[in-house]
Design a binder for this molecule. Structure first.
Ligand SMILES: [Zn+2]
Length: 429
């Protein structure tokens, strides 16, 4: 060290004064660096959102972190395990003031809820967390606005009492109750998060019920909902299209939260209402895939293509499915038809083995419509499927997969349904 000091030290300066000068320089350098560097321990980042009122403003959510659709993230997720599923893009939505909290060691949702003065449930909801115990150190959690703060209330601008409004997993605020257009002949129940009615239309008065269900996959398969409305309008306008022996129970949308997530619409809508990225709308408001939540081969960690998705915390954990199950079991229909897209085909059903009555009906629909006939869905392992469970309960069920995600395949499905109705009317005699 001495050689260095001799080299740099002006010869006249006393050693002590020189040392003091060096230490001041070091301190100044540290202070300078500290003032420039980003705060390494920054835990709570205030969002830049400014919209404070519950209006459908064009403001955009400040880069939401991906809502983890996996029910059980490992404590140290490797990059390869990062879900590739719906990192919800910036959607036009009402933007409350969102805060992000990075989970620290020793924290759980209860502690975090206390820190921010929120309920555990509201944090779970805002982050699509099925299980409150499934958080990990380093995870970024959205802290939803407190009731009465920012976009989480409606009616403030009119001087009304603030009203609780829930937020969907992609940060879309649920519709106000008064904005939901009533529809349907009967309300079966309400969606899990936004409490949007799930309705059924009844056509005909016959003794043999046929249930038709659209929209299980919500806004992602929005064409199945429009097809259901098309069927409804057609049957209303052509009363002789329904054989007298039949009663059609048509549920246009079994997943209203999923439709609302990507359209901000309840009931009827147009293709122009659908966001470019409709994928988040596949799930319900708890971010569960409703067609992985029925009690046939059910698993919590389900699959959609290569993506891990949630099948729910247990079979029928989702209120939408409880509603559908209870209604169908109470009606004991001669058949149930589920509309999906876009695997182009008619699929028979069965839990474990193919159910012969379901296969017969799938044959009828396939032959008349021109859709290829399949015994099983072969694209990936299907768990918790609705039609499979119903077939096992003695209710013949088929799944109709439309050709793509836009077309209604109207002529094909009109022909398929007509053939199906005729067969049911004949066999009911
Ligand atoms: Zn589907």
């Amino acid at each position: 060290m001495n050689w260095f000091i001799y080299w740099i030290r002006p010869s006249k300066l006393p050693m002590l004064a020189y040392a003091r000068m060096i230490s001041w320089l070091v301190l100044a350098a540290i202070l300078f660096l500290a003032s420039c560097a980003p705060a390494a321990q920054q835990e709570v980042r205030p969002a830049t959102a400014t919209s404070q009122r519950a209006e459908p403003a064009e403001s955009v959510t400040p880069e939401p972190t991906a809502v983890a659709p996996t029910p059980a993230p490992s404590p140290t997720p490797k990059p390869s395990e990062t879900p590739v599923l719906p990192a919800p893009k910036a959607l036009p939505t009402v933007t409350p003031a969102l805060q992000i909290h990075v989970v620290e060691a020793g924290e759980n949702l209860s502690i975090i809820a206390q820190i921010f003065g929120r309920t555990i449930a509201s944090i779970q909801l805002a982050n699509g967390l099925q299980n409150a115990n499934n958080i990990y150190v380093g995870q970024e959690l959205v802290i939803p606005p407190a009731p009465g703060e920012g976009g989480s209330t409606a009616g403030e601008k009119n001087g009304e009492a603030p009203q609780e409004r829930s937020v969907l997993p992609n940060y879309v605020l649920c519709p106000a109750e008064e904005d939901i257009e009533p529809e349907g002949d009967m309300t079966l129940g309400h969606s899990a998060v936004c409490r949007i009615p799930i309705v059924v239309y009844q056509i005909g008065q016959g003794d043999t019920p046929l249930v038709i269900v659209g929209g299980v996959h919500g806004g992602y398969e929005w064409n199945t909902i429009l097809l259901a409305y098309n069927i409804l309008d057609y049957l209303h306008e052509n009363s002789d299209a329904v054989p007298p022996a039949l009663t059609i129970y048509l549920i246009p949308n079994a997943n209203p939260d999923g439709l609302y997530m990507v359209t901000r619409q309840t009931g009827r809508f147009t293709p122009a209402d659908v966001d470019d990225d409709a994928v988040p709308g596949r799930f319900n408001g708890n971010y569960v895939d409703l067609n992985r939540n029925w009690d046939c081969d059910w698993v919590p960690d389900a699959t959609w293509r290569d993506n891990p998705i949630s099948g729910g915390s247990e079979p029928f954990s989702e209120t939408e499915n409880q509603i559908l199950r209870d209604f169908i079991l109470s009606e004991q229909p001669a058949a149930a038809v589920f509309l999906h897209s876009a695997a182009r085909g008619v699929f028979a059903s069965g839990c474990g083995e193919i159910d012969p009555p379901s296969r017969s009906l799938a044959e009828v629909y396939s032959a008349a419509s021109g859709y290829p006939l399949y015994d099983v869905f072969h694209h990936y392992d299907l768990t918790g499927d609705a039609a499979d469970w119903l077939a096992a309960q003695g209710i013949p069920s088929i799944s109709v997969e439309l050709t793509n995600h836009e077309s209604l395949d109207w002529a094909m499905n009109r022909a398929g349904l007509a053939a199906l109705m005729n067969v049911l009317a004949i066999t009911s005699d």
